[in-house]
Design a protein around this ligand. Structure first.
Ligand code: SF4
Ligand code: SF4
Length: 522
């Protein structure tokens, strides 16, 4: 019998382990760590309340604004009328072929976002993104029902009781009501809001309306109430893209460790012992207010939405301690690096905050502060110029656009017909667009093509070279036009002529260069 345990082999043994070794494997999905943000107070929090009120007000109230466009057009100020393929925005009406205005607005929104990000970082995320605004709103409800951070944490850890059930049910019911109102407000942009509201509550609205409300209710409730910061961290692509728009001069929320470190909870004692201490008293006030649950003192992080609530929290602490505000502040990387170099004697020592201060404790003149002029640099000016040019182009196009159009499609089969008297006839489908909310008579006439006459199906007028055609307000009228040219005038091949649509009342007109087809040889 062979003893396999003591048997020595010549096979080389490697000191290695699989990168996904079973013992080191982490779960693919890490469970969410609950965050209980404390309510912050300060200038940025007040600014965020204001933005929240304005954005929510715009979203919920806009469909209810009225705008008188006369008896032939809807009176809703902002309306995406899918059924009639119109977009109304106060005094502006966009027809489907004018959709480039909307594309232009989207381009402007894109460059506006680039501009804001390059100047003040993720201000969109921190202040105006719907996810941020609705999470803030849901947190208001949560605080009102479950209390401040400590009470919420206590409630969360407590076993289920009648009180806990009542609070949780109330919170989720109000969240759902907000979610329904959010989904409901959205559909009002697509139909007359008062009519749709009545139809919706009486069960007479279209099923697509109920479906849309259901989907938006679910997404608002789940994203705003349940997932919260996970949407920003894991689902939104913007945190990844924005890095390309930031540079050393972009303002970002920054922990100024050049004055804060070494942090100490017992600064007086440490100082008495002759230790160097910074301004940070390690109170974690900046961490508990953070809606993302992160610590800005760990440096720039993908999760940071630059909501600036940690600035408010830290400023409050500095006020209490009688130290200058701004331990956490909006700062550029350039500014931060300069101050860091000062505090570390050009990188030769660890952080020594005494190096940035004078003997009396005030900051040295060498400390760099925010200079608003850096906002006006090449990158921001470039974004602003493109944004402004697109805007000006849209305004000019909007001011100069025609509200009367004629479009012509020549019959291709047959290209022409030879009538019994030898004359040649071509058929055309003509579309007259009356793009104002008033009825008008459009005069359709032709220029060129000697001797030719028009006849129009459905218009009770004798053959001629000019026709008066009534067109309903804000409508397109399609007519069938036949043009006949006597044999003696017919030129072989193709001949061009002009079809002119004119409104004599407003002096508006539009011209279409059309082609008349005849046989190559008479
Ligand atoms: S670190 Fe500060 S700025 Fe960033 S998300 Fe948290 S509180 Fe807002
Ligand atoms: S709030 Fe200010 S002092 Fe308190 S831990 Fe944060 S950075 Fe330090």
């Amino acid at each position: 019998m062979t003893d396999t345990t003591s048997q020595k082999t010549d096979v080389e043994q490697f000191d290695a382990q699989a990168v996904n070794a079973a013992w080191a494997r982490k779960p693919l999905y890490e469970a969410r760590k609950k965050i209980f943000p404390k309510r912050a107070s300060g200038q940025f929090r007040r600014f965020k309340w204001l933005i929240m009120l304005v954005t929510l007000g715009i979203y919920y109230l806009t469909p209810w604004l009225r705008w008188d466009r006369g008896p032939f057009a809807p009176d809703q100020a902002v309306l995406v009328d899918l059924a009639n393929r119109r977009f109304y925005f106060f005094w502006i009406e966009i027809w489907p072929q004018e959709f480039f205005y909307v594309a232009g607005l989207l381009v402007m929104a894109g460059f506006g976002l680039f501009l804001v990000t390059s100047a003040v970082g993720r201000a969109w995320c921190g202040y105006t993104c719907p996810q941020t605004v609705w999470v803030d709103l849901f947190l208001v409800v949560e605080r009102a029902i479950e209390g401040e951070r400590n009470q919420r944490m206590k409630l969360d850890a407590a076993p289920w009781s009648l009180d806990k059930i009542a609070k949780r049910v109330s919170k989720h019911v109000i969240w759902l009501l907000i979610a329904v109102a959010t989904g409901g407000a959205w559909i009002f942009y697509f139909a007359d809001a008062p009519t749709l509201l009545v139809n919706a509550v009486t069960g007479k609205a279209a099923s697509v309306a109920y479906g849309t409300v259901a989907v938006l209710t679910a997404t608002t409730y789940v994203f705003g109430g349940l997932m919260r910061e996970q949407v920003c961290t894991y689902m939104c692509p913007w945190p990844r893209i924005q890095a390309a728009m930031l540079d050393e001069q972009s303002l970002v929320v920054t922990y100024n460790d050049w004055r804060g470190e070494p942090r100490s909870r017992h600064a007086k004692k440490a100082k008495a012992e002759g230790k160097v201490v910074g301004d940070c008293v390690d109170c974690n006030a900046c961490v508990v207010v953070c809606p993302m649950g992160i610590d800005i003192r760990d440096g720039q992080q993908l999760e940071c939405i630059t909501c600036a609530l940690c600035i408010d929290a830290c400023d409050g602490v500095m006020d209490k301690l009688g130290r200058p505000r701004g331990l956490i502040s909006y700062a550029t990387l350039d500014e931060y690096s300069g101050n860091m170099a000062l505090a570390t004697a050009g990188g030769t020592t660890g952080i020594n905050p005494d190096l940035v201060r004078n003997m009396d404790g005030s900051f040295s003149d060498k400390v760099r502060h925010f200079d608003w002029r850096i906002i006006f640099r090449f990158r921001t000016m470039l974004y602003f110029t493109i944004w402004a040019l697109v805007g000006i182009g849209l305004l000019v196009a909007l001011g100069a656009r025609d509200r009367l159009e004629v479009n012509v499609l020549r019959d291709r089969n047959p290209q022409y017909v030879t009538l019994s008297d030898g004359s040649i006839r071509n058929g055309y489908t003509v579309k007259l667009l009356n793009m104002i909310p008033e009825p008008r008579v459009i005069f359709l006439s032709m220029e060129g093509l000697p001797g030719a006459t028009m006849s129009i199906t459905g218009i009770d007028q004798p053959e001629g070279r000019s026709f008066a055609i009534p067109v309903d307000p804000d409508k397109l009228r399609t007519i069938k036009v036949y043009i006949r040219q006597p044999l003696e005038n017919v030129e072989p091949g193709k001949a061009q002529f002009r079809l002119i649509a004119a409104d004599k009342g407003s002096n508006e007109s539009d011209v279409y260069i059309a082609t008349f087809d005849a046989p190559e040889k008479k």
